[in-house]
Design a protein. Structure first.
Length: 163
């Protein structure tokens, strides 16, 4: 597994390879997006489309629709995870095997108050998933689980709500 701290440009290089593979042309705004996503990946923090667009707009006159389309494409190609909160907030994180080998299958714990996202590597036993599918008459092709609740900081009141 690559060490993001030891190789700070590795994520941007991997993202660039993914953009090429999915047919995204290289441009000034796309290069800026690669750099920003690389920075965000190294922090592990979630971000909204508007936060990313605001950061890009400060440096380049990229359109909001371009950012939203690109994020949608990166989610579809499993480069970004999208976590939707009960209040409608949608956060993105750079995740997945394509950009972080060894981090492919995971789930999330998400704080409903401050929107903190924690990677959860635990997964249901495959036999349990098969039983759930059988009972419902489904054939499971994949799954993604987000558990919602309050993080420790929000439980103790040390973080202000984002809502």
């Amino acid at each position: 597994m690559k060490d993001f701290e030891a190789e700070p440009h590795w994520i941007a290089e991997e993202l660039e390879a993914v953009f090429t593979q999915i047919g995204q042309r290289q441009s000034g705004p796309r290069q800026l997006l690669l750099e920003l996503l690389g920075e965000l990946a190294r922090t592990g923090q979630g971000f909204t489309a508007d936060e990313l667009w605001t950061r890009m707009r400060q440096k380049d006159g990229v359109g909001r629709a371009t950012v939203f389309r690109t994020l949608k494409s990166l989610v579809e190609h499993e480069v970004l995870d999208q976590v939707e909160f009960p209040d409608g907030t949608r956060l993105y994180r750079v995740c997945g095997e394509r950009v972080a080998p060894g981090h492919a299958h995971h789930h999330h714990l998400a704080c409903s108050q401050c929107h903190k996202i924690v990677t959860l590597t635990y997964c249901f036993d495959s036999a349990a998933l098969e039983q759930i599918a059988h009972n419902a008459g489904f054939q499971i092709a994949g799954h993604s689980i987000t558990l919602y609740g309050l993080c420790q900081d929000c439980q103790t009141g040390t973080v202000r709500s984002v809502t």
